[in-house]
Design a protein around this ligand. Structure first.
Ligand code: C2E
Ligand code: MG
Ligand code: MG
Length: 646
């Protein structure tokens, strides 16, 4: 196609390339510039002759143009059909409404949202049924005023479908203007009821504990922060009470998860009730609840609420055919004294809760700065313990177990000691908790096991009487993966016959994760290792496990033996344990025997194996060979009490 430069526009250099007549015209113009005007008719004639000559070309061009139109029209029809199909078959609803929100057109997906099979069916219903439309006519004006042209405006609306079901529809709408006036609105709409249900559920999952319906840690953090911000403005006090239910895991494992769940729900309800109206209650851990008390006046009010919480939580629970009491501890921190933000207050309350355990179960403490010192002390202790093995500061002492009938040593219990560089000799009571909390009990326990087994083998190699060596095993160490392999490896390494190793387990350990424990205990027994339950009677008393876990021995706790000759209850419990052990064919040992009265009581009950200061305090390695060789024949009553404590 060729185009001529419009008159009035300057002709450009390349115009000549696109207009075959142009070079001649340029030449004619040049002639006109130099010759007189008489010559013009000649130029005109030449021009028309040239135009005539280009007619076939022009017709060709016209033909091309018409062909182009025809093709364009065909394409337009094709494209129209294509877009109509897309519109109609689109899985998402598409619509147009007039300025008043009345439907002009819509596709099938849009009509289906309203429960109609086709757009026609929907439009017919709209014309018949008053109030039926894509948008609620009573709300249209408000909606329309918020819809712009440039961006699609998104909003979720609840609509009622043909069968009365309420649905959430997500609309994207924009206004269409012509000559400056809004003529219609168009957009999309889709049923998002399910998505909103999932979103709502996810939101609940993210912010609420589904079991108790209480805020979870995340939401609690937000709510607590808001309460603190308010208190900062009003210069008021806020108290945080952190409540931990004792041994919940054991209850859960032994009475089943359904029971555990029900128990937590009941605890949550009781906590809300005790906390009162002006509070926020949340579940912030497995069996940990937080209570925020707003605008607290004085400490006595906080203490009264704490007391009421403890009383309510520790009252009896009864469901699923079981009745039981739970114990709890509560730590309290107060804003702004004990912390300026959530983290600091949570930390202070947590410290106070740990310290309340010193007062026993069902107790509470309000945070004090001295508590912080204590925590610092245990952190220092933890740091020291980390390097204690490498620096050879740990060592073992051994306490003989004696058959009172012969005075022979029948076993030795290995007990841990720490030669602290600054504090001197430390007994386990000072550092075992720190070792357990920090996980350091695992490497320490491994060291104890290896050292005790190696020592026992050494005594045997020296020709001393062979007796089992008892090693205390922390529940944390026992539950650690690979404990069985550790025992096997240590026995192999040291060459100690498994029958000379007795592992002392705690009662609580046997109650938790019963299945796993059952197979581990069986495997250890299959290896030939002996198993004893330490401090028997002081743990969570469910005797069923004694039938399930076939241990070899029960060690009666010192707390019963202490007053056995004067306290009838202790005497009754001790007698019962001895009889039960006999009935179950287990051997039994009495711990902490210090005097003859205790000894003769035990003798009467035919409990002959004794461990206690009466015979010997725990002693250093070099003193043991004498005990092993000559035992305590002829008794050495109370001689042990004069021995130096190690
Ligand atoms: P336990 O296993 O029940 O050990 C007996 C404790 O009672 C020892 O305290 C022992 O010195 C003390 N005792 C024995 N006879 C008498 C007595 O006649 N009168 C009095 N007043 N006390 C007596 P020790 O050595 O301080 O150990 C305390 C606890 O620390 C142990 O109780 C045990 O639970 C734990 N422990 C000790 N060594 C280890 C260890 O190597 N690993 C682990 N995990 N725990 C250990
Ligand atoms: Mg022990
Ligand atoms: Mg014990």
């Amino acid at each position: 196609m060729h185009f001529r430069c419009p008159p009035g526009l300057p002709s450009r250099a390349h115009d000549s390339e696109i207009d075959p007549i142009a070079p001649d015209l340029a030449k004619a113009d040049a002639v006109a510039a130099t010759e007189v005007s008489l010559q013009r008719p000649f130029v005109e004639r030449r021009r028309s002759r040239r135009i005539e000559q280009s007619w076939p070309e022009a017709i060709d061009v016209l033909h091309q143009v018409l062909l182009g139109f025809e093709n364009a029209n065909k394409e337009l029809v094709e494209s129209e059909t294509k877009y109509r199909t897309i519109f109609e078959d689109a899985p998402v609803g598409i619509f147009q409404v007039d300025r008043h929100g009345r439907p002009l057109s819509l596709n099938s997906a849009m009509s289906r949202v309203f429960g109609y099979e086709s757009p026609q069916e929907f439009l017919a219903a709209v014309s018949k049924k008053q109030g039926l439309s894509l948008f609620d006519p009573t709300r249209w004006n408000a909606l329309a005023s918020s819809i712009g042209e440039a961006d699609l405006r998104r909003f979720d609306l609840q609509v009622e479908s043909r069968d009365g079901e309420t649905k959430w529809v997500r609309f994207h709408v924009r206004a269409i203007r012509e000559k400056g006036r809004i003529v219609r609105y168009e957009g999309t709409g889709e049923d998002v009821s399910e998505r909103r249900r999932v979103e709502a559920r996810n939101e609940r999952l993210a912010y609420f504990d589904l079991l108790t319906d209480l805020p979870n840690r995340t939401l609690f953090h937000e709510q607590f922060s808001k309460v603190l911000a308010g208190a900062r403005r009003k210069h008021s006090q806020v108290a945080l009470l952190l409540l931990a239910v004792d041994r919940f895991k054991i209850i859960n494992d032994s009475l089943g998860q359904n029971f555990g769940d029900r128990l937590l729900q009941e605890i949550a309800e009781r906590t809300i009730e005790a906390a009162g109206a002006n509070s926020v209650v949340a579940r912030v851990g497995g069996a940990e609840f937080a209570i925020v008390l707003k605008n607290v006046g004085d400490l006595s009010r906080i203490a009264a609420i704490a007391e009421s919480v403890v009383a309510k939580i520790s009252a009896e629970y009864s469901f699923f055919g079981h009745s039981l009491n739970v114990f709890c501890n509560l730590g309290i921190s107060v804003f702004p004294e004990n912390g300026k933000d959530c983290e600091a207050l949570m930390k202070s309350a947590d410290i106070a809760m740990s310290c309340s355990r010193e007062d026993g179960l069902n107790s509470f403490r309000i945070f004090t700065d001295e508590m912080n010192d204590k925590i610092q002390e245990s952190l220092r202790m933890e740091h020291g313990l980390r390097v204690a093995i490498a620096r050879n500061e740990l060592f073992l002492v051994y306490q003989p177990q004696v058959d009172m009938r012969t005075g022979n040593v029948t076993g030795l219990e290995a007990l841990l000691r720490w030669n602290h560089p600054q504090s001197g000799l430390l007994l386990p009571g000072k550092f075992i908790d720190v070792a357990e909390c920090s996980g350091l009990i695992v490497p320490i326990g491994e060291w104890v096991l290896r050292t005790a087994c190696a020592q026992a083998r050494k005594w045997q190699d020296e020709g001393l009487p062979c007796v089992p060596i008892a090693v205390n095993v922390s529940p944390i160490q026992f539950r650690q993966q690979g404990f069985r392999e550790l025992v096997r490896d240590v026995l192999e390494e040291t060459g100690l016959d498994p029958k000379y190793l007795e592992l002392e387990l705690t009662e609580s350990l046997l109650l938790s994760s019963a299945d796993f424990m059952f197979s581990l205990i069986q495997e250890l027994k299959d290896m030939g290792v002996m198993l004893a339950i330490d401090d028997f009677g002081t743990g969570f008393s469910s005797l069923g496990y004694l039938r399930q876990f076939k241990v070899n021995r029960l060690k009666i706790a010192r707390s019963f033996i202490q007053d056995v000759s004067v306290d009838t209850d202790d005497a009754a419990i001790t007698t019962a344990i001895i009889n039960m052990a006999k009935a179950l064919n287990l051997s039994v040992l009495a711990e902490g025997v210090e005097n003859e009265a205790q000894l003769s009581f035990l003798q009467e009950q035919q409990c002959y194996t004794i461990q206690g200061f009466y015979f010997s305090k725990p002693v250093a390695v070099d003193q043991i060979d004498r005990h092993l060789r000559i035992g305590f024949g002829g008794f050495a009553p109370l001689a042990a009490l004069g021995q130096p404590e190690v």
